[in-house]
Design a protein around this ligand. Structure first.
Ligand code: NAP
Length: 249
């Protein structure tokens, strides 16, 4: 059964990793997909073609989620080209880990702007077409680190905790307009971002803390996203779903 037929979805940061898996999952379920990326031109082109293979409309946009004007241009173009936005997945993110003693103001700003301000930048744009259509689903990619914190990740944790507060506020603000807003808090998912965790002792110390005994896959986060994007979750808003193999218990 296809869950998203005749829907248009935006996914930020979809050239690789979790965003790519989400874009594929949504297209598989019948959604047309407009997605952004920052630097991976070839991967974005390949993904655009892969998505079109599902018989949906697909378009890649080189657009910096941290820059308000870029997001305004991007969403305006999506509305013009695709007609509306039904689903918005705020996924773009980076990590630049450093202990606070060494963390520079530039490193702090970069992480906060790409991970948190981006969510404001895009959400602010997509709620207009959603309000007009009197429906919408917004899914924001937080992290288990935004709930627990972690040494060396203060900027990342702050950005991901900020996303949770933002998500709950938007759920309050726009629930009466039939716009839902939820967050996902992934644990350790195998992508380029966590590549460095997979070796030797570091890997074992993380795995020991995960009841399911393994890292998650991008597809498992895409499945959670599909649930929150679709009408299967029509009575769920303002929630944070931890998809972390039990790491948080
Ligand atoms: P990833 O493999 O490093 O991929 C990041 C994606 O974001 C790439 O497509 C990249 O595009 C894009 N991107 C980066 N900065 C951008 C910007 N300013 N504007 C637009 N796109 C941008 O990361 P991932 O592991 O898939 O993570 C995806 C999201 O899940 C992030 O928000 C991350 O914090 C969150 N998350 C990940 C994990 C995990 O274990 N992997 C756990 C919890 C939460 P280019 O390739 O073109 O640069």
């Amino acid at each position: 059964m296809k869950l998203l037929e005749n829907k248009t979805a935006i996914v930020t940061g979809a050239s690789r990793g979790i965003g790519e898996a989400i874009a594929v999952k949504l297209a598989e379920h019948g959604a047309s997909v407009a997605f952004t990326y920052l630097s991976s031109d070839e991967k974005a082109k390949a993904l655009e073609e892969k998505l079109a293979g599902f018989g949906v409309k697909a378009k890649a946009y080189k657009s910096n989620a941290a820059v308000y004007a870029d997001c305004e241009i991007f969403v305006n173009d999506v509305v013009k080209e695709f007609g509306t936005v039904d689903i918005c997945i705020n996924n773009a993110g980076i990590s630049k880990d450093n202990l606070l003693l060494r963390l520079t103001p530039e490193q702090w700003d970069e992480v906060i702007n790409i991970n948190l301000k981006s969510v404001y930048n895009i959400t602010k744009q997509v709620i207009r077409p959603m309000m007009k259509a009197k429906k919408g689903s917004i899914v924001n990619m937080s992290s288990i680190i935004g709930i627990t914190g972690n040494a060396g990740q203060s900027s990342y944790a702050a950005s991901k905790a900020g996303i949770i507060g933002f998500t709950k506020s938007i759920a309050h603000e726009l629930g009466s307009r039939n716009i839902r807003c939820n967050a996902i808090a992934p644990g350790f998912i195998e992508t380029d971002m966590t590549h460095y965790l997979k070796d030797g002792d570091t890997s074992k110390s993380f795995l020991d803390k995960i009841p399911l005994g393994r890292f998650g896959s991008a597809e498992e986060i895409a499945n959670t996203t599909l649930f929150l994007a679709s009408d299967m979750s029509s009575y769920i808003t303002g929630q944070v779903i931890s998809a972390c193999g039990g790491l948080n218990i």
